[in-house]
Design a protein around this ligand. Structure first.
Ligand code: ZN
Length: 561
């Protein structure tokens, strides 16, 4: 009896020590943090352990300390808030990176300042090199009129200029750029585009949607080095903001090649899901890859389509005319001329197992895409497709149910709600504005939200997105309690949509989106507790540290902030 008990104890000790030896030590432990995991089974924790690129333990300091070994790096969270890294569901990553070096016009609050900055940049730009970027916003000027080439022609005699409106749906070209593009009074408006003209019919330089392509196609493409530099700028910017994943809408295949190059060199510090334009769908179909194909750092298999334009450029496509432009309903994009063209491309994409991500802003534009989605489901049968509508900005009341029934994801950009909210009502009236950026109505209908920014249309900073979603306080300060406050999200809902929601939108909810053992160790440590502070202060919160796959990719202390 006695000997067998001893035997048992002996065996138990042996197996315990074997267990202790078989458990490897963590590479990284973050302790003393206030962790909001976005994992409903275990929402709060104070420590997390990482082995390789994965989370292995989440819990109390004591529980996680069991993973500590002699080579474990330990980080003291100092009681700060730790969240899963943000996943921006809609960016234009290369444009954004390039814009960091381009002329900045978004905060120019007068046409004089607009012209001054362009003139200053042109003086420093080698002759005949294009002056691009800008992100101008005429609603910040008085009067809020579109810029004309006359504002800048005398400052840019030898520099072709094509500066874009911040929404990307309009550019201002100077006379030299129009000349190079061959745009004259005789040039007809292309389908899906408008050449803005003066009283005599001469182009003013403002080119809407497809009309901008007349100029874009004569701009020499970025060189490989320029493109790579733009990506590197974008990666560093994302890391500094706690953005650990992005979903790049309409990248060129050359952009994906740069991502792959950086991945090979171990320099890709943001995870990327790339959805090239549907106009190239047959190229993707040919390869035979399906949605979310690739590895943890780089995936493809989505296609991006455009149904219509934007509200700011008055090219979003509506059932009723704009309130301030009684003959204008907006424009279907050139991809929708005719609608059967879009229908056929989407059918081919779906048959190949590709994911559809469709820009649709006006209620009639959204409705037209839901019609096509509906038709695809009828033809190809129901399955887990995770169709997306990008922006889903102005919903017809009757379409919320259909949106939910088709399991469409609303990929939305809350910062644009507080930006457009300054003037949207004057353009579409109160009734339509009440279904604008209708985040709460979507949730009430059981629609999944994915959050993003549309960078470089809006800033990449997740704190501005969270601030916008939670406060709906327009940027002009005129709606401190929220513009259509019934559509506000709680901070927890907004964080969920920005992490798990975005991960779901790219079929990666089992890999990332929450701080859960087994998932990729993508995390961000914040200066202030966004779950506890006054929502007005969320926009001032800073990122202290960002980890991607357990690797520290940003450290504010080292960045000298
Ligand atoms: Zn976009």
């Amino acid at each position: 009896m006695k000997s067998s008990l001893l035997h048992l104890v002996f065996n138990l000790c042996l197996s315990l020590s074997a267990y202790a030896q078989s458990q490897p030590a963590a590479d990284l432990i973050i302790r003393n943090a206030r962790i909001w995991t976005v994992d409903p089974s275990h929402p709060e924790a104070e420590a997390v352990a990482v082995l390789g690129d994965r989370i292995v333990a989440v819990g109390s300091n004591q529980q996680v300390d069991a993973w500590r070994g002699s080579n474990t790096r330990a980080v003291d969270g100092e009681g700060k808030r730790l969240l899963p890294g943000f996943n921006d569901a809609h960016v234009h990553f290369v444009d954004g990176g390039a814009q960091l070096d381009n002329v900045e016009l978004n905060d120019a609050t007068s046409t004089r300042e607009f012209a001054r900055r362009i003139g200053e940049r042109a003086a420093k730009t080698p002759k005949s090199e294009w002056l691009l970027g800008g992100d101008w916003d005429e609603t910040k000027w008085t009067p809020a009129e579109l810029p004309t080439k006359e504002l800048i022609d005398s400052l840019t005699p030898e520099t072709p200029v094509a500066v874009n409106r911040y929404d990307g749906h309009m550019i201002l070209a100077n006379s030299l750029a129009l000349k190079l593009a061959g745009v004259t009074a005789q040039t007809p408006d292309p389908p899906g585009g408008v050449i803005v003209r003066d009283a005599k019919g001469n182009p003013t330089g403002a080119l809407k949607d497809a009309a901008a392509d007349l100029v874009y196609k004569v701009i020499p493409p970025m060189t490989h080095d320029q493109r790579r530099h733009a990506v590197e700028r974008a990666l560093a910017h994302a890391a500094s903001l706690g953005v650990t994943s992005v979903q790049h809408m309409n990248p060129g295949f050359v952009d994906i090649a740069i991502y792959n190059e950086l991945l090979d060199e171990g320099k890709l510090t943001t995870r990327i899901y790339a959805a090239p334009l549907i106009t190239q769908v047959d190229d993707q179909v040919k390869i035979g890859i399906r949605r979310a194909f690739g590895g943890p750092y780089l995936r493809i298999g989505g296609v991006k389509a455009y149904a219509d334009g934007s509200l700011g450029s008055a090219t979003a496509y509506f059932f009723e005319a704009f309130t301030d432009q009684p003959t204008n309903h907006g424009l279907l994009s050139d991809e929708m001329h005719p609608i059967s063209l879009m229908h056929d491309r989407m059918m081919r994409a779906d048959a190949a197992g590709l994911q559809l991500c469709t820009h649709a802003i006006g209620d009639a534009g959204i409705s037209a895409i839901l019609d096509i989605y509906d038709e695809i489901e009828k033809n190809h049968g129901a399955r887990d497709r995770r169709w997306r509508i990008e922006h889903a900005q102005h919903m017809a009341a009757r379409d919320f149910d259909r949106f939910a029934r088709l399991h469409v994801i609303a990929s939305v950009q809350p910062y644009q709600a507080i930006d457009d909210g300054r003037w949207a009502e004057s353009r579409i009236g109160h009734d339509r504005a009440s279904r604008t950026y209708a985040f709460r109505t979507f949730l009430n209908h059981g629609v999944r939200l994915a959050l993003g920014t549309d960078w470089n249309v809006a800033p990449l900073d997740p704190m501005l997105t969270l601030y916008g979603a939670v406060t709906r306080a327009t940027l002009d300060g005129k709606n401190p309690n929220g513009w259509f406050p019934e559509q506000k999200l709680t901070i927890k809902e907004a964080i969920e949509a920005y992490t798990m929601g975005s991960a779901y939108a790219e079929f990666q909810e089992h890999e990332k989106g929450s701080i859960t053992p087994g998932k990729l160790a993508d995390m961000v440590l914040l200066s202030d507790d966004v779950l506890a502070i006054d929502p007005v202060k969320i926009r001032d919160v800073k990122v202290l540290k960002t980890w991607v796959g357990g690797k520290l990719v940003y450290d504010a202390a080292r960045a000298g902030r």
